[in-house]
Design a protein around this ligand. Structure first.
Ligand code: NDP
Length: 328
């Protein structure tokens, strides 16, 4: 039988963790032939609840689940890990300034980067879900200098999936027929969901961008503020859809994106499309052989340029702020 892949989930006792672990253990992330060993990393107060989740995982008798370890120690949590899903983060609370938020998260992601650098497997792949995800990924990467920077990614797949469904509704087609959509920039309200290259049913779909008032006053804000709309309706933030997006991201990274399509992920910029090198920004990406590649050569019109630049400017500000704090 195959050697189990070690998957670490931080914030394992949280809402997203609860929705995520069962999907990983059932094989939906790494495929039906890959056994997984789960490492649940929590802060001390979260350990007991993580133990409860582990009991439920046991009770599922998942054939692919090779074992579960629970810890509040980052070194133990990342020891030999192949896939790390960094979900646990410090959410913004009322009255909190951005600098405070970045500093609080620096206190989480800096030591986690150091631990990954010291003890993770050589092939480690990291997905940051906890917000501010792009900048948390940057902090983690900066503190893991021996791990190639392209192994650190931030999740914009939920934004991507949200946008796919909005487009499918608008075009009146199954979601599967919508391709080549892009989320650019930061996973925040400034993100830019780009429909200019979208194909519907295998053909270009200029109608989607002809109605600028739908595009800018309806579609873009619907996608960018969907998280708040979910909180308003459900009384709690999105968890199952965030977990689903994390599964999609890692699955596509490891197993490859589908032919003729691309997806969106926050990856370290190589300077493509004018995004300053080193920033973790969302791009149109494909994955082959376990590595993301930025889709090159897309024409970027004035409207898109302005929106991308706005979101990237926010990423620059966040990077400068964490630089000042000595976190990167
Ligand atoms: P959730 O599981 O709901 O969310 C976890 C993180 O994911 C938050 O930072 C949240 O950011 C972020 N997130 C990203 N995308 C989304 C989305 N679409 N919808 C909702 N959240 C999103 O939080 P809980 O409070 O339920 O659980 C967090 C757990 O993490 C706790 O159990 C806590 O103990 C643990 N933790 C662990 C740490 C560690 O392992 N070292 C460190 C810190 C916390 P936002 O809310 O800003 O959107």
């Amino acid at each position: 039988t195959a050697t189990p892949v070690t998957v670490t989930v931080t914030g394992a006792a949280g809402q997203i963790g609860y929705a995520l672990l069962f999907r990983i253990a059932s094989g939906q992330m790494l495929g039906p032939d890959t056994p997984v060993r789960l490492r649940l990393l929590e802060i001390p107060q979260g350990v007991k609840a993580a133990e409860g989740t582990a009991m439920e995982l046991d009770d599922c008798a998942f054939p692919l689940l090779a074992g579960i370890d629970i810890t509040d120690d980052a070194r133990a949590g990342f020891d030999g890990t192949n896939v790390a899903l960094l979900v646990g983060a410090r959410p913004r609370t009322k009255g909190m300034e951005r600098a405070d938020l970045l500093e609080a998260n620096g206190g989480i992601f800096k030591p986690q980067g150091e631990a990954i650098n010291a003890v993770a497997a050589d092939d480690v792949r990291v997905l940051v879900v906890g917000n501010p995800a792009n900048t948390n990924a940057l902090i983690t990467s900066a503190n893991a200098p021996d791990v190639p920077a392209d192994r650190f990614t931030a999740m914009t797949r939920l934004d991507h999936n949200r946008a796919l469904t909005q487009v499918a509704r608008r075009a009146g087609v199954p979601v599967d027929e919508v391709r080549r959509l892009t989320i650019w920039g930061n996973h925040s309200a400034t993100q830019y969901p780009d429909l200019f290259h979208v194909e519907v049913g295998g053909a270009p779909a200029p109608a989607l961008v002809e109605d600028e008032s739908w595009l800018l006053d309806d579609f873009v804000p619907t996608v960018a503020t969907r998280g708040a709309a979910i909180i308003e309706a459900r009384g709690a933030s999105s968890a199952a859809s965030a977990a689903n997006a994390a599964v999609d991201h890692v699955r596509d990274w490891v197993q490859g994106t589908r032919e003729g399509d691309w997806t969106s992920a926050g990856i370290v910029s190589d300077g493509s499309y004018g995004v300053p090198e080193g920033l973790v920004s969302s791009f149109p990406v494909t994955s082959r052989g376990g590595a993301w590649e930025i889709v090159q050569g897309l024409e970027i019109g004035d409207l898109s340029r302005e929106r991308i630049d706005r979101s990237v400017a926010e990423l620059v500000e966040e990077r400068d702020a964490v630089r000042e704090l000595g976190l990167v």
